[in-house]
Design a protein around this ligand. Sequence first.
Ligand code: SF4
Length: 426
Amino acid sequence: MASKRQIHVGGIPIGGGAPVVVQTMTKTETANLAATMDQILQVAEAGADIVRVAVPREQDVEALKSIVGKSPIPVIADIHFNHTLAIKAIEAGAHCVRINPGNIGGEEKVAEVVKVATEHGTPLRVGVNSGSLPKHLRQMEYDNPVEALVTAAIETVQLMERLDFENFKVSMKSTSVPNTIASNRLLSQKIPYPLHLGVTEAGTKWSGSLKSAVGLGTLLADGIGDTIRISLSTFHAEEEVKVAWEILKALKLREKGPVLIACPTCGRLQFDMDRVVAEVEARLEAYADPIEVSVLGCAVNGIGEARHADFGITGAKDMGMIYSKGEPLKKVPTERLVDELFAEIDRYYAAGKKVERDEELAAQARAWLAENEDATAMTPEKLAALEAQAAAQDAEAQDVLGTMLTPAVEMDEAVSPVAGRRFTRG
Ligand code: SF4
């Protein structure tokens, strides 16, 4: 069930029907102002609405004052164990402070934080983690981890209400995807406050993205969740932001930049489509508009499933076609497909988002399409040749997959930067 209450973190509305907010967390030592600001600018550029910074020490809370003043997006201070730091973070101007009331030292200390938050109008994120539930819920956690998480979250909410404080959002963190889904479904039926979603310690970029997409995507598709963070084991925080956006775009909850549709290719493919897709994807980064662009490997189904795309290309051995909204625009040699596609896209924007069609070129493209749809009839020779080609491509794809699934152990600064962090790498 969607949350009913709305809070504001900086100027960003969260909950109560507001668009789902993308968060991430810096990985730098917060007290290293230059490195932290650098990362904040990177995640803001990637599309983070809000950023969280760890504040484990006095020097971090000192840096927080500057960070809040310089950051282009609202800043949440992430505090564990130390209620004094939470109070200082509020006083430093943090736009929100995250605490887990269960580990901050008892109700009296939570009350002190709430009192200062109320005075400053600062929202809190309060939550529970599956790894640190209160002692009295340990047996329940063993018997029914979902019920234990939800019970702990509700106890936290009741504490906030007893303290007459409603300016908060709630998070329940678990490393288990099924428990994340089940507990948030249950909690969303019981409380009206905004929910922050995340699968904690999700893993590497590859597995963590998939776990997050399944867990958070399932909840978001049900209308549950007001703000999300993808937790990935990478020092590139902007990668978390990109994954979050892909999840929101896939569910059509928010729009950001173009959407690329590309067929998976098969034995009918007769040109280097991997290269074409990579080039189209890279060149689309220059566009902010949420246009849909499709790349099809062949014309076997005509324009088929990509009929709704704003622009698309379909290739063949030597010649391909450019189309818009299911209607051919022109045929062009395969090696010029990408350049001509972007020429058409630019012409569309120059004309005030209007497709300009040359009827003669369109007629030639239609004829080419009809010819190529018919040409899909297979002779035994053609079939044998295509099967051999597909087998070779499969073998090649297996090699590529093997490389993707076996991450290089060698790390360099580009892959995994340590500059600005609290350790060095030998
Ligand atoms: S569009 Fe053509 S190449 Fe791509 S998957 Fe479909 S049939 Fe295969």
